[in-house]
Structure formats: C-alpha cells, structure tokens
Design a binder for this molecule. Sequence first.
Ligand SMILES: [Zn+2]
Ligand SMILES: [Zn+2]
Length: 280
Amino acid sequence: MILHDIHIHTHISSCGSPEAFAEGYISRAKEIGLKTVGFSDHMWDRAVPGASRWYEPQDFAHVCGLIPEVPKSHRGVHLLFGCEAECRMDGVVGLSEEVAQKFDYILIAHGHDHMKNFVMPAEFLDDHPAHAKFAVRHFKDILQSPLRKYFTSVAHPFVPGTRHGDTNAVLCHIPDRDFRECFEAARDAGIALEMNGSTFIGFSEEEIRNLEYVRMYAIAKECGCRFTYGSDSHCYGDRQLGKVELLKSLAGISDSDFLDMSRKPDRKQNLFQRLRGTRT
Ligand SMILES: [Zn+2]
Ligand SMILES: [Zn+2]
C-alpha cells in the first residue's frame, strides 16, 4: 500500500487550483490513509539566470508563501516541504546549492516537453523518434547535474508532456538498453523514480496494461531503482492510486521498493518545524 504522496501542487503554483490549500490536502490524506504528504510547488531559483516567463515569479520566496498557511495541527500526517525543480534543455537546473539545502526533498521534473524551446526544442514535438532520443539525453543531463545529490526522485519520468496518445508512440522508440543505462545511473546516484498518478487520468485499466510504462518500470525494478509516489494533484481530485497499484503489480514492484518518506528528512529538521516551531 502506498503511504505517501510527495508530489502535490497548491494554489502557490501558477497551474494549481486557487482552491488548493495545504489544510485540505492534509484532511484528504488522513481520509485515504496516507502517512506522509509533501508539498512540491513549481520553483525556479532566482539565483539561476534564464527562467522562462512562466517560472520567473515562482522562486524560493514565492513557494515559501505556503508555510504560514500550514495548520499547526497536522492530524498526525507527516509533512514535508519540497519543490518540483526543472532541468532546462541545455542541462541547467533552476536551483542553487544554497536553496537546494533548504528543502526536505526535491523532485526534478522530466518530460515538461510542452514548455517549448525551454525544456525541449519545439521541433521534436511532432517527431516521435527525435522526442524519444531527447528524453533519454535529458534524463542523463538530470543525473549529471552538479545538484544531483539533492534530488530525491525524478518526477513523471519519460512521460511525454504533450498528448496522451504520444505515450507509446514516443516510448516505443526507446530500446531496453537505453532505459537500462538511465536507470542504472539513477540507482547509482541514489535518485528514485516517481510513479505519477496524474499520468493515468484518462487511461482505462486495459490501456494501462498495454502502456510502454509497464516495460519501462519493470526494467527500473530489475536495475534496483527505488520509487516514490506522487499524485501530481493540482486540486483535490482523484489520486489514481488504484491505477498506480495496477502498474506496480504489472511491473513487479512491491511496497518495499518505495522510499520510506516517513523517515525523511534524515539529517536536518523539517523546514516546517524550523520555521514555525511546531511539531507533527
Ligand atoms: Zn511536473
Ligand atoms: Zn507537478
């Protein structure tokens, strides 16, 4: 059973629902039995020049705007303060070491390919083999970032951020050996792979059985990767947990392959506690 959700967007993210608040997510986590909730609004650190216009206002100070609204009582839910960071198409990650250290965990996005000419050259969008080749290169760029030691998990790995129909059309151009190379590197770097709930919105169970993700996650499991779960919620909707459980079983992944987020952070005090002097 999945016990954490560490990919959650609130109203702080430009794409989040204006009605998505920390308190509501905590109540819903309690209802469905999640032990740990991590907030991961989109962020591009001001210290790194070259943010896109969309990322520009979403800096560290902006995402910290969530902290004062976190209720004192967490109802026994373990809270983590993270962010979803970005890797530009030139391999530069929008994060400085100084800011990276302040988060309890960091998700590094892979596949925001719809951010044309920022994350991926626009001409690859309609060229599936080129898109696939880029996705492999971009994954390797993430793992070679000087900031990689701060990355907890790769958000929505190899999800083509374009159209649902593109999923198999793009991923079928990535041979097993390329996935293996990527995932062995992730394992060696101690970076987990996310199983992303929002990816499965609009897919039936039957369609999930035929998705290239089954092959991909089975290879990741064989490589000894660890996993995290993220609903990627932008409002209080369905977290697609049943579909993620289905993918887990199809790929041979068990609960013990998941990171135990209830034990994070290991070395530093939770930012929420530090800034507000409260306890979970
Ligand atoms: Zn994302
Ligand atoms: Zn997200």
